[in-house]
Design a protein around this ligand. Structure first.
Ligand code: PMP
Length: 429
């Protein structure tokens, strides 16, 4: 998105646009809509794609190596499931853990264990540090920020570029501040702006000098296979590049099947260096005797292999693509050429990021709510809920049906036109 949007309209045009927006808004409120664009949830028809899983495993309860999946044990997770996801997540099978139903839990537990026990390479545990900080590329994912806030970890925003976080800023900060222990990255089809990290960005993250010996890249590859086009984006292999650069323990890699199979009953993954994997398994062993291996086996039977995952994702795309196209079409038709907003056109993932004029996002969200259209709170894409420009709005098009979505996005554009024109005319008055 373009941070320097400047309105291209003269005063007369602007006044006409505002007057039209006012009557459109009155009409919108009159309609009494009740629509929800807040969270990136799969729609019911997407979940139906995995309905066949509910009667699996059908081939017995034994894993390939004879393990009885109904019993305790197997902390690492089923090997055949880890094999399916090894290539997709760019982690060798031996260094990949398959866990429970949520990768966010694994991220949370990684932070908690780093607080309570020194990481490989650390002088001491994070809880004994006076101050801990994480870099947060913005706009970013609110749950990453909330997790850090809960443990008193300071959040330092870093601007995003079209190639990922601004690496000049990242390199400078991590080189000078040993209290910066991590950075949050959603490297492919980022939440919310759809950015994919360039090879150069990944190479610099892997090779940069950090003042902290226990610095970690929290690589949340939540949308690794969630393509919306015929040309799937490939990102560089962080784990391999870190090892090549002499920083093998730097990456913590996460993924899950939440938006592949079932969002509440999928499988999560953690991948890293052998030292980090042993470190995490050692701590996880204190909280569980093993994951739900029946669910692992169910996923293996349903997805079969890497090609099976990609084929299943093609079905998701058939359902999602028309929704993302509708968002693009409506935004372009209603706001294109006005200079009142700019937006992302993601090639995958679950979100569109809409940038409105500075100082307008909160008011747009408030007006939309008054018209029955629920949006993610403005500011949620920034640490502490504070978007200093008050301009980013996250749109989550996946859950509503197409007609509802079209009504919601059209309504949203009315709010954008209303708030932006009122603001501009107020400034001119
Ligand atoms: N990471 C990102 C970037 C996400 O967008 C989401 C879901 N919205 C998650 C993690 C949650 O993943 P899980 O369901 O595996 O906990």
């Amino acid at each position: 998105s373009d941070p320097s949007i400047s309105p291209t309209l003269g005063a007369a045009e602007l006044t006409a646009l505002r007057d039209r927006a006012r009557s459109d808004y009155a009409e919108l409120v009159e309609r009494g809509l009740s629509l929800d664009l807040t969270r990136g949830k799969p729609s019911p028809d997407q979940l139906d794609l995995a309905a066949g899983m509910l009667t699996l495993p059908a081939g017995g309860h034994r894993a390939a190596d004879g393990t009885d999946t109904r019993n305790y044990g197997g902390l690492h997770g089923l090997t055949e499931l880890r094999e399916i996801f090894s290539g997709l997540l760019q982690v060798p099978t031996a260094q990949l853990i398959a866990g429970g139903n949520s990768s966010l839990t694994l991220m949370h537990d990684s932070v908690v264990h780093a607080m309570l026990s020194p990481l490989p390479g650390a002088g001491r545990r994070w809880a004994d540090e006076e101050r801990i900080a994480f870099l947060c590329p913005v706009p970013g994912y609110d749950r990453h920020f909330a997790l850090c806030e809960r443990f008193g970890i300071e959040l330092i925003p870093v601007p995003m570029t079209a190639e990922g976080p601004d690496m000049d800023v990242v390199e400078r900060l991590v080189a000078e501040d040993a209290q910066i222990k991590g950075i949050w990255c959603v490297p492919k089809y980022s939440n919310p702006d759809g950015v994919c990290y360039s090879d150069e960005t990944v190479r610099r993250l892997a090779g940069m000098r950090t003042a902290a010996p226990d610095f970690r890249v929290f690589w949340d590859n939540a949308y690794a296979v969630h393509h919306l086009t015929d040309t799937p984006v490939e990102i560089a292999d962080l784990l391999a590049l870190c090892a090549e650069s002499g920083n093998p323990d730097r990456p913590f890699i996460y993924g899950s099947t939440s938006k592949i199979t079932f969002a509440g009953a999928g499988v999560s993954f953690f991948g890293s260096s052998p030292a980090n994997v042993s470190w995490l398994l050692g701590h996880l062993a204190k909280s569980t005797i093993g994951p739900d291996k029946i669910n692992h086996l169910r996923h293996v039977e349903f997805l079969r292999d890497e090609a099976g995952v990609l084929e299943h994702m093609r079905r998701h795309r058939e359902l999602l693509r028309p929704k993302f196209d509708a968002v693009e079409t409506i935004l372009a038709k209603e706001l294109g050429g006005t200079g009142l907003a700019s937006w992302s056109t993601p090639q995958g993932g679950y979100f569109v990021s809409l940038d409105v004029l500075e100082g307008c996002a909160r008011e747009v969200v408030r007006r939309a709510a008054e018209a029955g259209i629920a949006l993610t709170p403005a500011g949620a894409t920034h640490p502490y809920g504070d978007d200093p420009r008050d301009s980013t709005i996250r749109i989550a098009p996946s859950y509503p049906g197409l007609e509802e979505l079209e009504a919601a996005i059209t309504g949203l554009t009315v709010c954008v036109r209303l708030v932006a024109t009122e603001k501009l005319l107020e400034g001119a008055a």
